[in-house]
Design a protein around this ligand. Structure first.
Ligand code: GAP
Length: 510
């Protein structure tokens, strides 16, 4: 799917009540979105899938819900006040502002695209005999291009490690990067821009009243590490999970809900014995990719990307990238955070945040393995892989959202064939029975075919039709969204039948 595909998703999402631009009657607010009646259902289902997999199915992981406002020293300790910056650069002609690192990444992506083109061409030429790995490691043109990429990455990393922003600007100039709007190379110097939103607490004015909107949920977990460990009598290794809002004053927020200034994270901090971080890093990489792949959005749509430049707190880090309409981009981060955060909080709070290990009789600051996924990005991944136009056997087309059944906002629609003869009453009886278990809709308007199409467009897995025979045989016709096959099911078995198809259990057991 392309950028054009993203536009289709945005308009479909708005038309059917998934996502609206925030405060749209005032022309919207840049990079802020509201989730509509179906969007909030889908979002809740994603949260439930994550929470069940992480908290309910792991004996040693518990969940919390910390406040968004935290003591301002939290952010001094975590390094966010001093280091949560993006390198910013302006184009003097277009007056447009960019992230310097993103300009460089986009330049690299263009070179990668050229390599992929070379590979595709060679694949066509050599057919079945083609050995991609060998081609990539021997073809002179590919090697030259890969050398260019490695060189750029190395220069960028060295410049950022040395906090040498002049060198970042020189790199942009040397690469001949132009402003996508003005086309010019007339750049300002690169400078750092802190991404945290500041506000004031109550009636306190001046610096002492400054509080921040949290830029990650993780710190709410770190400052509660000892509370949870003691009150829950937790033994290492154990995890604390949380779902909640985070806020970042992104320099450029774009691509719909991919990069917003207010977004939601689902994070889990796994506290471990120092020295075991590599083992747990590999464990969580595997567990998280399995969770993603179980959804069936397409195995080929995921890949790992190791970080070149590690965040100030990490000793290893990678992203799970998803093939969004704009290409492969970060969906989730897996970070080995060492004991950085807890040690910093010990130092800044003057409180011990140690774990007494009953086995070794030692006291130490645990290491932390973090998994951090953006809920809104997960939502976009589901939506973008689900939406498609299908041409049917009779030549007609239908718009269908093949959202995984367990995540679909509406699980079934109950449709009386006609609006009389007692069919609506029977349909409402069935509705009431199913509503106890799932989000179910009732629809009696228009011909049945049109009602099917409406449900296809919002991703409803099952359409349950109540017809005249229902009154006699106490059975209904159930149409499957994906196969469009119809089955006659006894009303007495309907709840179990629906449940078997739409419950999360099968995903979680995968
Ligand atoms: N606690 C670690 C942390 O926050 P991160 O890589 O900065 O790490 C984690 O963010 C995840 O949060 C990302 O993988 C992404 O899915 C999501 N995320 C980050 N910034 C975002 C934004 N501006 N809009 C939407 N999602 C965002």
């Amino acid at each position: 799917m392309s950028e054009d595909g993203l536009k289709k998703i945005i308009s479909h999402a708005k038309e059917y009540g998934f996502v609206f631009p925030s405060s749209e009657i005032y022309d919207g607010l840049s990079a802020a979105y509201d989730y509509g009646q179906l969007g909030s259902e889908l979002k809740n289902n994603i949260k439930q899938y994550w929470w069940t997999a992480m908290v309910r199915m792991n004996e040693n992981i518990v969940g919390i819900d910390a406040a968004i406002f935290m003591h301002p020293t939290t952010w001094k300790a975590s390094g966010h006040v001093d280091a949560f910056n993006d390198p910013l650069i302006d184009n003097k002609d277009s007056k447009k502002r960019y992230r310097a690192d993103v300009l460089i990444e986009e330049h690299i992506a263009k070179i990668e695209a050229k390599i992929n083109k070379d590979v595709t061409k060679a694949k066509k030429r050599f057919g079945d005999d083609f050995d991609e790995a060998q081609f990539r490691s021997t073809n002179p043109q590919v090697l030259r291009r890969q050398g260019d990429i490695d060189g750029i990455n190395a220069r960028f990393k060295a410049a950022m490690d040395a906090e040498d922003l002049a060198a970042v600007k020189t790199l942009i100039e040397d690469l001949g990067i132009t402003c996508p709007v003005s086309g010019s190379k007339n750049w300002t110097d690169v400078r750092q821009f802190n991404l945290m939103f500041k506000t004031e607490l109550g009636a306190v004015s001046g610096d002492s009243g400054v509080v921040y909107l949290r830029p990650e949920t993780a710190q709410g977990i770190f400052v509660n590490y000892l509370n949870v460990q003691k009150s829950g009598r937790m033994k290492l290794p154990f995890g604390i999970a949380q779902i909640g809002k985070a806020f970042r004053n992104e320099i450029i927020a774009r691509q719909f809900i991919f990069r917003m200034r207010e977004f939601e994270q689902m994070e889990m901090q796994f506290f471990i014995k120092p020295g075991t971080q590599e083992e747990w890093y590999n464990h969580w990489k595997e567990a998280r990719i399995k969770w993603h792949k179980a959804l069936g959005l397409g195995e080929e749509n995921y890949r790992f990307h190791d970080h070149v430049k590690l965040a100030h707190y990490a000793d290893a880090a990678c992203d799970i990238e998803f093939n969004f309409p704009m290409g492969f981009k970060e969906l989730e981060g897996i970070h080995s955070r060492t004991d950085f955060d807890l040690k910093q909080h010990e130092e800044f709070s003057n409180k011990k945040l140690r774990y007494f290990d009953p086995e070794t009789q030692e006291s130490y600051v645990p290491y932390v393995l973090e998994t951090s996924i953006g809920l809104d990005r997960m939502f976009l991944a589901v939506l973008s892989s689900a939406l498609r136009e299908e041409t049917l056997e009779d030549g007609s087309t239908r718009t269908v959202m093949s959202i995984p059944f367990a995540l679909a906002p509406v699980k079934a629609a109950v449709l009386p064939l006609i609006k009389k003869d007692g069919l609506p009453e029977k349909a409402r009886e069935i509705l009431a029975q199913l509503q106890l278990h799932h989000n179910v809709q009732y629809d009696e308007k228009d011909a049945i075919g049109r009602r099917y199409r409406r449900q296809d467009a919002i991703g409803t897995p099952l359409c349950i039709t109540v017809d005249h025979d229902t009154l006699e045989d106490h059975a209904v016709t159930v149409r499957n969204r994906d196969t469009m096959k119809q089955e006659r099911i006894a009303i007495a078995d309907l709840t179990a039948y629906v449940d078997g198809l739409v419950s999360m259990a099968s995903l979680l057991q995968a």
